[in-house]
Design a protein. Sequence first.
Length: 442
Amino acid sequence: MEVRGGMPAGFIHNITKGLFFIMLFALPWINQVRAFTLLFSVLGIVVLLTPGTLKYFKGYFKQPLFILLFAYYLFQLIVFFAYPGNSYAYGDVERKVSLVVVPVVFTLACSGISGLWQVGIAGLACGVTAGAVACLAAAVVKYQHLHDSSVFFYHEYAGATGLSAIYLSLYILIVLGYIVTNPFAFKPVKLVHACGVFLYCSLLLLSSKILIVAGTVLLVIPMVMGAVKRRYSVALLAVAVGTLLVVAITDNPIKKRYADIDTRNYTVALHSTDFQNYHFDGLSIRLLMWRMGYNLISTRNLWLFGAGGERYHSLIQQPMDGYRLYKGDGSPGNTGYREYNMHNQYMETFVQFGLVGLALLLAIMGYIIAGAFSRGNSFLAYTGILVAITFLTESMLETQAGLLLFVIVISGEWISKLKGTALQAGKLPFMPLIFEPNKPLS
């Protein structure tokens, strides 16, 4: 038995797995219980104590994906030093450092510890499921007091986790994608699939229009293509189709969110110059932000390198005032639309870093998706496409909840699967065995 500093290697491995499970369990609660940073720091220290770990560090520099992520982070550092008076730059550098640190830690940990990623994804699945249960329980309690059915839908429903409905929907879809593309990775299988049905129903209650449609299509594809055994495919498809039919033929808030789409709002958002007391819906405010971002780049001729990171928030204040957009009530934290991001990661990156930054982001996404298909990794392909679609309506890399989910899932899956290593699940002596031992996931 290999020993380092008086501690058996197996003991350190189990500690690392336990921390990894707890850390990813806590990820969906990142806005509610701010323990993730501490857990990740402790994980990093433990990984460094693992015998022989540092020899895997060179593996980081062999992965073009991680080099691309590092290059994307360099843009934040350049802005930080180029605009010393920029009040947004430090927060951006601090937040996005996970683009570099997470892949490094995961390269060291996943390369040297067998089955670590399985433990992590199990923790994420348990954390997301616990979050969905908490949302339902909180909604039931609220309804008993308020007798208002709105507590079961959208942002009100997601409040128990501290995430917005959109980000909780994204977390749920990531877990559902893993269950569908790896249907026998967790056990007992029937319980896991029942949890999958519950999570899908939770997705509908969260009512994110684009994620319901995109997520459903992406989940159906691996079923139809045979990634899931026929009997499970038929059962899961029947549940999904039945649930969608009930939503379509009954009067409910989910259906109402699609029925409320009014294209006239979008024409106003693209052409009007006075938005005082204007009632925006989800897409119209996005169209206006994209319009202002594009105008900023074109009028100041910032095409190549953009406005210099989140510095653009300061630069669009004058146009916002000209459009008479709501600027808050003066109370702390209420700034109206002044701190809104572009709600589109492609536009966000273009405004921040110009065509060069946008090309780098597209290279990252293209490399992820192409790499997933070339190696037949269904879950990574599903995740890459889902994230690429989410980027259309959310600046996912500008929030901790979105950025960490992206970099953790992509890094973990990339290391554990695309290296071509058939990692096996490991047993932990101090937690329930919720994944099937001695069975490859691929």
